[in-house]
Design a protein around this ligand. Structure first.
Ligand SMILES: [Zn+2]
Length: 465
């Protein structure tokens, strides 16, 4: 009994001394310790991974016993991060930012940025990479941001800011458009703050829209350079075709192959100044997975011919390869069929398809409902570059809209235009049919950009460039 009382006394004394020690320097360590605020879609293990700390240490430092019970907005103290104070936030790196430009522009020591982001080599800063930095620096520039108010959904938020909700979700690394919560500060894609710390020489700027590229989408690379410059570039193995857009501004449109392996791809831009000097910049760009469905199809073996499929894809690619310097189109594309069929889609672009479990491909266009004879209209101005009959796609028309943008119309019952003919938006160009390998009449409509089929719906919703 005596012994227990003595033990209790000592325990209390040790506790009191400990409490006094921790409170003699009024809470300094606790107030300034670096912390991270839990974001939508975060899990404790992905936070630990991104912060480069041990999961168990992170849980212990924050008295977390059940990692599944962290909440959005919760402050997490980051252990073992000396020399950093206050909130640590993430923002995506943009094309043109490197370790030097970031540390200069944000006023942060390169060693701090390197330590926070576990950078071993400066090349690890690729466009779209989520970079950790003090909150003040993350908010300083690079992207406009806005707060999600009240019960506004990300869809409504995207629309009210003139942005594609999916692009907003991707930029903010949300797993879906449903994952944003009221009060969240979200980065918006689009025109970047002029003070963004990029590594371009004076008079040159390169902007990439959106910051993170996505399978099957259309992307813009805009270059500002002195009048009389020559602009070139590459995305992976594909040459970019730049065309003058506004004064001292050029733009290239480029699609990403819908089955491209997600990961890093080199984007290179070269500016040749009027005096002969040249500037070249290359940085890795992140390509993310698109949101596409998967379907398993069973067709008669006699109709399945992967070699023929590849051949017709290549024929289309050959037609869509040249980038005509004239831009024929203006504004958004119109749907190629009249209402109410313009919103009736038996199949969407990008759907992954497994044929008889032996051949894997994807849906390269957007399908519209229609009967045999339903009129097809040109979605924009252009020049017809091909009309003819193919085995899989039936009767096909292909229109060149300039700058490497093409549209194709498949399975037609009648083609009403000729090769070389100039067409205008709204012109009758053909009739829906069921020619080629189809199960019923419909219009299979393709949009090609930079020699790659892209999601046509973006062209119906957005103005390029
Ligand atoms: Zn189709």
């Amino acid at each position: 009994m005596k012994r227990t009382k003595r033990l209790l006394f000592w325990l209390l004394l040790v506790g009191l001394v400990g409490w006094l020690a921790s409170h003699s320097q009024p809470g300094r360590a606790q107030e300034t310790a670096p912390y991270y605020v839990v974001q939508p879609g975060d899990t404790l293990s992905n936070i630990a991974y991104r912060l480069g700390v041990d999961l168990q240490q992170l849980a212990q430092a924050n008295d977390i016993t059940d990692p599944s019970r962290i909440q959005v907005g919760q402050k997490l103290v980051i252990p073992n991060l000396e020399g950093v104070q206050g909130e640590i936030a993430a923002r995506p790196a943009i094309f043109g930012e490197n370790l030097t430009s970031l540390s200069r522009g944000l006023g942060l020591a390169p060693t701090l940025l390197a330590r926070l982001n576990h950078l071993v080599s400066p090349a690890q800063i690729f466009a779209g990479r989520s970079l950790l930095m003090p909150r003040a620096a993350a908010d300083q520039n690079a992207f406009h941001h806005a707060d999600l108010v009240g019960a506004e959904s990300l869809l409504a938020f995207g629309l009210s800011h003139g942005q594609n909700p999916w692009a907003v979700a991707l930029l903010n690394r949300l797993p879906g458009t449903w994952a944003a919560l009221p009060g969240d500060t979200l980065f918006l894609p689009g025109e970047r703050d002029a003070s963004a710390p990029v590594a371009f020489p004076q008079g040159v700027d390169v902007q990439v829209h959106p910051a993170v590229w996505v399978q099957g989408r259309t992307h813009e690379v805009r270059v500002r350079a002195p009048e009389g410059s020559q602009i070139g570039g590459r995305y992976d193995a594909q040459a970019l075709h730049f065309f003058p857009f506004e004064a001292e501004q050029w733009v290239a449109l480029q699609g990403v192959f819908a089955l491209a392996t997600p990961g890093l791809y080199p984007l290179q831009v070269e500016v040749r100044f009027p005096d002969g000097r040249a500037f070249r910049f290359q940085q890795a760009l992140q390509v993310q997975r698109g949101q596409y469905a998967f379907e398993r199809l069973h067709v008669a073996a006699s109709l399945l011919d992967p070699a023929l499929n590849k051949k017709e894809y290549q024929d289309f690619a050959n037609l869509a390869a040249p980038a005509t310097p004239t831009r024929y189109w203006e504004g958004r594309f119109r749907a190629p069929v009249a209402p109410p069929l313009d919103t009736c889609h038996p199949s969407y672009f990008g759907t992954r398809r497994s044929y008889n479990d032996t051949f894997f491909w994807y849906h390269t266009g957007l399908d519209f409902c229609g009967r045999v004879g339903t009129p097809i209209y040109a979605p924009a101005d252009g020049v017809v570059v091909f009309t003819g009959q193919t085995k899989i796609h039936g009767w096909v028309t292909m229109i060149d809209h300039g700058w490497g943008v093409y549209t194709a119309y498949c399975h037609q019952t009648a083609v009403l235009v000729e090769k070389g003919q100039r067409v205008h938006a709204g012109d009758l160009i053909g009739k829906v049919g069921r020619t080629g390998r189809v199960t019923g009449p419909h219009l299979h409509w393709e949009v090609w950009v930079g020699d790659v089929p892209v999601d046509p719906q973006e062209w119906l919703e957005k103005v390029y460039p």
